[in-house]
Design a protein around this ligand. Structure first.
Ligand code: AP5
Length: 208
């Protein structure tokens, strides 16, 4: 199963991806997590990406595309993958299609987790993320339930940056909904319900 997860910042893409990974053993390819790891490691890529991320803007396409290409070649992605946070604009989507075609692979579904902006702002303001493994949970969880790492608030989960990220989503990423509808692989789920209810629908849609 090869899946793209679509949805606004904070819609619950990462949360649903974690559950799909646990059940189906897919490789979780989150460009946000890969970029945050590069920032933490202070690599050349991380140094270039940090200012864009802190401002809530998209990191330049070529930097992100190179990361994804490399990650798709890894052994754990051969049995199936979840792309979380990629593609983010039409140029990235077109590049992904040609990369997958060159690998003789294809996407089975583009799953939209749909949540309204007012819910998103509340969720992101109270989100905590594990410094070690990227696991996410609401505020109040201080120790990562997956790896025991420290939970912290992401720099871009501040109110003014959240609004910028939502604007970027509307102008650059939301057009991908029609892109994937045109490819007849779009599936949609209402993400404004308890996590397990959302997942039950996600599971049903992907295994139908
Ligand atoms: P990225 O890390 O991809 O952030 P994002 O898309 O903004 O997504 P989030 O991780 O914020 O949200 P999510 O949908 O995964 O929600 P989550 O499950 O955590 O990108 C960060 C930055 O990196 C970008 O701004 C950009 O600069 C750069 N970048 C990344 N990819 C790029 C690309 N392809 N091109 C260029 N630049 C790129 O849930 C949020 C919270 O809600 C959590 O606390 C969770 O516990 C809670 N929650 C989840 N589901 C529910 C539910 N059903 N009910 C109640 N609470 C819930």
């Amino acid at each position: 199963m090869n899946i793209v997860l679509l949805g606004a910042p904070g819609a619950g893409k990462g949360t649903q991806a974690q559950k799909l990974v646990e059940e189906f053993g897919l490789a979780h390819i989150s460009t946000g997590d890969l970029l945050r790891a590069a920032v933490k490691a202070q690599s050349e890529l991380g140094l270039q990406a940090k200012a864009y991320m802190d401002a809530g803007k998209l990191v330049p396409d070529q930097l992100v595309i190179n990361l994804v290409k490399e990650r798709l070649q890894a052994d754990d992605a051969k049995a199936g993958f979840i792309l979380d946070g990629f593609p983010r604009n039409t140029a990235q989507a077109v590049t992904l299609d040609s990369e997958l075609a060159a690998m003789e692979r294809n996407l089975d579904a583009a799953l939209l987790v749909d949540v309204k902006p007012d819910v998103i702002v509340k969720r992101l303001s109270s989100r905590r993320t594990c410094r070690s493994c990227g696991y996410t949970a609401p505020a109040g969880v201080d120790v990562c339930p997956r790896c025991g790492g420290e939970m912290y608030q992401r720099d871009d989960d501040k109110p003014e940056t959240i609004q910028k990220r939502l604007d970027v989503y509307q102008t650059q990423t939301a057009p991908l909904i029609e892109y994937y509808r045109g490819h007849s692989i779009l599936k949609e789920v209402d993400g404004d319900r308890p996590v397990d209810e959302v997942y039950a629908d996600v599971r049903a849609l992907l295994t139908a």
